[in-house]
Design a protein around this ligand. Structure first.
Ligand SMILES: NC(=O)c1ccc[n+]([C@@H]2O[C@H](COP(=O)([O-])OP(=O)(O)OC[C@H]3O[C@@H](n4cnc5c(N)ncnc54)[C@H](O)[C@@H]3O)[C@@H](O)[C@H]2O)c1
Length: 264
């Protein structure tokens, strides 16, 4: 990535105030992009903007709820007013989780997770698409998860994130004619503040999870940001509708079964 990868392009990063969204915002700004760091937590968004400023980049913090159409539309308008052009890069990253065993998941929890993880993507895409169509180009990167690809629990969250995969594919086929690409990243376990509560319950959780990853570790936010920025950049000019696991090989296969097949 060069300092000019995103040369003056305007990017809209939802959930940019923490974790993967923060690392992605910083990387886009270092690549010359102008970044709207959009988060319902304004302190977090301001923290990201401060880090970008220290790195010599340009960004604006905008408080918005990615599930709320009016809020996101206003954020897109603020972005365009700040940078003089609407976003041509969307990183649809904001999400909430929850909803494990269906027998202990209420309908209300299920619906709340669908709104947080799936509606947020729809609302964000809807808000930026008109500007991208007018510009004649755009890159959308939707952040899903390996949970979308297999059954490892968090059933409501996983189902919503599987919906994100299909939504991005439809964006890709529907808007490709306008020069718009849409792709998905499916991260494995990433050390971010999203894990704070589970970490309190299980202090060695990252160590335990590391043993599942062929590369022998869990991810850092920068690992995911690098993949997102590749898909958002012109290096991926012919990549659209792709679903990229960024998971250290987790979903590549079942090694333990492979050993059993060999009778080891
Ligand atoms: N951390 C992981 O292990 C992991 C693994 C796979 C996928 N993901 C996905 O990566 C994305 C980012 O996760 P993270 O780990 O960086 O989380 P995080 O908790 O560190 O950051 C998420 C940010 O999104 C913001 N946010 C949440 N809902 C929002 C909304 N409705 N409107 C605006 N802002 C909102 C939060 O305020 C927070 O700043 C999510 O889509 C998550 O599902 C994370």
């Amino acid at each position: 990535m060069s300092g000019n990868t995103f040369g003056g392009r305007v990017a809209f990063v939802t959930g940019g105030g923490s974790g993967i969204g923060r690392a992605t915002s910083i990387r886009i700004a270092k690549g010359g992009g102008l970044v709207a760091v959009v988060d319902r937590n304004l302190d977090g968004a301001n923290g990201t903007v401060d880090l970008i400023g220290l790195a010599g980049g340009r960004a604006v913090a905008i408080e918005a709820d990615a599930t709320d159409e009016g809020s996101v539309n206003a954020a897109v308008a603020t972005t365009a007013a700040t940078f003089g052009a609407p976003p041509v890069i969307l990183v649809a990253n904001a999400s909430s989780g929850g909803g494990d065993d269906p027998l202990s998941t209420s309908v209300e929890t299920w619906d709340r997770v669908m709104v947080g993880a799936l509606r947020s993507q729809f609302v964000s895409a809807r808000a930026v698409l008109p500007g991208m169509i007018a510009a004649g180009h755009g890159a959308i990167v939707c952040v899903s998860t390996v949970n979308a690809l297999m059954g490892i629990g968090d059933d409501a969250y996983s189902a919503a994130k599987a919906g994100v995969v299909n939504f991005a594919k439809n964006l890709a086929v529907r808007y490709g004619q306008h020069g718009i690409r849409a792709n998905v990243v499916c991260p494995g376990t990433v050390q971010t503040p999203a894990w704070t509560r589970r970490l309190e319950r299980t202090p060695d959780i990252f160590h335990r999870l590391s043993t599942w990853y062929p590369v022998g570790r869990v991810a850092q936010p920068e690992d995911i940001a690098a993949a997102i920025c590749f898909l958002a950049s012109d290096d991926a000019a012919f990549v659209s509708g792709a679903v990229l696991p960024v998971d250290g090989g987790l979903t590549a296969g079942m090694w333990r079964m492979g050993r059993d097949l060999q009778g080891d």
